[in-house]
Every structure is written in structure tokens, then in C-alpha cells.
Write a protein that binds this ligand. Sequence first.
Ligand code: FAD
Length: 448
Amino acid sequence: MGKNIIIAGAGHGGLTAAYHLAKSGYTVTVYERAAQESDLGYEWEDFFDARTFDEAGLPNPETGKIPKVPISFYGPNPDDPPIRQTFADGEVEMHMYRKELYAHLIRVVSEAGVKIVFGCTVYAPILIGSRIVGIQTSLGDFTGDLVIDACGVDSPLRTNLPAYLGIQKTLKKYEYLYAYRAYFNRLEGFDDVQNEYKTYFVDDGKDGLCWAVTTEKTVDLLVARFEPFGQDEIDRMFKIFKADNPHLGEELVLGGQVTKIPLRHPLAVLVADGYAAIGDSACMTVPIAGSGIANSLRAGKLLADAILSDINEEYSATTLWKYQKAFYDKIGDSMATIDMARMFLLNMKKADFEFFFGNDILSSEDLSFNTNETSAKEMFSHFSPSVIIDKLKKVGGNRSLIRRLGVVAVRIGRLKLITSRMPETYSREAVSKWAEKYERLFAETQIK
Ligand SMILES: Cc1cc2nc3c(=O)[nH]c(=O)nc-3n(C[C@H](O)[C@H](O)[C@H](O)COP(=O)(O)OP(=O)(O)OC[C@H]3O[C@@H](n4cnc5c(N)ncnc54)[C@H](O)[C@@H]3O)c2cc1C
């Protein structure tokens, strides 16, 4: 083989891998659908972990680090006070306009020698036998020694792979969200209204996520649902937001489109001969929050390390398995655990949320985790045995909740056992068997 690497789609993780590989002398070309650099990314700002660039081995941007913004969680009953996160002084996170993040990434990869072909839509993989050897695109066919799939949640590469490779092609209901995000003007005359990041549990947990973030000049709205939705639902939610945020204006300032976010455990199998999936294409978002920038960038470094250590330039499932193992060891196991918590939340009813908020069961410390956290251990580190016992005493009267919490605790134990038994080396048969067990565990939870 050689050192000719194709990155399909300018996803964040693909660009990170591209940076490291180009710096090590590989020929790296990104094929991106957007017509030009300024079309990359979205018209909004994102939060992610401040350690990300260092961990991904990328140069840090000059701006973006801000003190951590606490989120206030509002329950369905307006009489219950919100639970507000608290962070220690000095804790920081990244807050960047997505187009600025892209400008930074494109600058560093271009300086490293990566070539980017804009206006090129990838249609499908090209295979010889069971090896992926290139891509079919709107600009013709391109071949390479390895194809990195950074095409996002609906990747046409992943969805067109032969089933026998064992990589999940399509996502099921409750494994992704449709998200509407829009910035509206903040009305004048509400000087006493504080800037606040409000997350609401207005309906049953299974309905999705929503937030209203008030800043100096705008109110940033998110409505995310597991079913496609239209203007009616946006209007209904707008009224709910407006009732609680009278300073919300009607002038659309930025955004206003619906996009998809994968929200599940990472794919069971990330690699095949000549192929590796990364970022949203491999479902690497934090399953409770939908944040995927940090994990994609970190995974890009892990993928590049595996490729660089493949001194025979095989880029086979066997040599790329090192990436899969490193990803699950450092990130994936934790994401899968967090997904178990998400599935518990999905089965919560409005009454359960009211019970949690109305009975003082959750405290500010309980919810003061970083929603971009890579480690479930760090995310839930506050839950010491004494904290858990105290909570169980408070939940005591609610037998149904106790039973469901018990079920999820047992499932997390079983998950740990399964992930610890991921094959050490790649063989299609062993990996398929393992992937089946891993997926079956999640399939046991029926969302009602
Ligand atoms: C409303 C919303 C809010 C979010 N907020 C946050 C946040 O605050 N923090 C956070 O960490 N994450 C957030 N995310 C998630 C985050 O956007 C993703 O997890 C992250 O971008 C990683 O995805 P990716 O780079 O793999 O894929 P994408 O961002 O989807 O990038 C894929 C790239 O591939 C290109 N592409 C797609 N198809 C083709 C094709 N056929 N041919 C060629 N090119 C193609 C696309 O144009 C795009 O450039 C949010 C997502 C949404 C929708």
C-alpha cells in the first residue's frame, strides 16, 4: 500500500486525523460537499471541553476559552425552582462560533499540507472484494489507500457498505434527534433579566431536548425531537419559551434550520479493510447532550496514531482495530455507559420529572457535570456511596422508580462486562459476535 489517504467529508475528526497524517508526510485529500470554506459549519456557537485541542494534538485557537457557563434545569412544573449548576472559579470551557472553529481547523490542516476539494459530494464507497479502495463522487471516482469517513450522521459511505462488514448502516428511532436551532433578538426594556442558559423538561423525557439561552443581545433556542417536526411544533415551543422568557423577540437573527444529531452509544464496529468511521458518522456524541466536537477531535488523534503505527501500510481492519480499541478505552466505554443513563431518562414520564424536581432529590452538585465530559467516571464522580444512599432514601416511596433504577444499574454492570470483553484482535467472526452482544443489551430497553 502507500500513504494516500482520502477523507470523505470535512468532519471535525477527519480534519484532525488529516492534520497529523499530513504532518507525517502522508498525502491527504479531503472531499467536501460544501461549495467553499465559508459554507462549512453552522450559524451558531458551541460549547466544548477546553482540553480538547491539547488532547487532540492540535494548535489551540487564539480565542474561545471562557469561564464555564452554568446550566439551569427547569422541571415541567413552573412552581418548582430550577436546579442550577455551580462550577468552581477558574473552570473554563470553549465557546466558539462554529464557523470560527472551522476557519481555525481549515487553516491548520492547510498549513500542514492537506488538500481540500470543495463542491464534491461523496455518493458511495468503491470496493474491491471486501476492501474499500475509494469513493464515488460528483467529481468522479477517487481511489486511495485508506478512506476515513467523516461525512456525519447520514454518511453515504457507511450507509452503502456491504452488511457483511458488520458496520451498522442506518440508525433506529431514538438514536438521533432532529434539532431546530435559532437565535432571536432580545427585546429591550428587560434590563433586570439575567443572562441564563435554561434547559427545560417540559414534556415526557422521550420527547427530546430543549433550551433557551439568553445572552446580551439574543435568545438562542433549541428544540430537538426524535420525530421529524414542522413549523407547528416550533411555534408551540416558541410560545412555551416566550411565557418563561418575555424578553424573547420575534426577529430571527441567526440559524433557523433543522439538522440531525446522533444520540446513542458509539457504533459497535468502526473499521473495515481500508475504512474507518469517525465523529457523527460513528455516533461519537455524548449521548445525553449531543455534544460531539470534543470526542470527534480526540478520536481523530487516536485514529492518526493507529495509522502511523501501521508501518506496513496495510490499513486493514486488523491494523485499524488499534483505533477501535483505543477509542473504546479512552472514550467509547464511557459514552456507552452514559447512553444507558439516557435510555433511563427516555423512559421517564412527566410525573417522574415532577417527582425529581418537587422532592429535592437532585441537587446543584448532582447536575454540575460537564456535558462534554469524556469520562462517565468523571461525569458521575459526585455520586459517592453516601450520596447514592441519601438519594435512595428520598426516592424510597416511589417503588417504580427504585425498580427502574435497579434495572439500569444491573444493565450498566453487564455493559462493563461486555465492553471489557471486546476482542483484542480483529477477526470478522469474533467482532460480529461481540457487536451482536453489545447491541442486544441496548435493544433490551424498550422506549415506551
Ligand atoms: C443544533 C446542534 C447543536 C450542537 N451543539 C453542540 C455543542 O454545543 N457542542 C458540541 O460539542 N457539539 C454540538 N453539536 C454536535 C456537533 O455538531 C457534532 O457532533 C460534530 O460536528 C461532529 O460531527 P462531524 O464533524 O463528524 O460531522 P458533521 O459536523 O456533520 O460534518 C460532516 C461534514 O461532512 C460533509 N458531508 C456530509 N455529507 C457529505 C457528502 N455526501 N459528500 C461530501 N461531504 C459531505 C458536511 O458538509 C460536513 O462538512 C451540535 C449539533 C447540532 C445539530
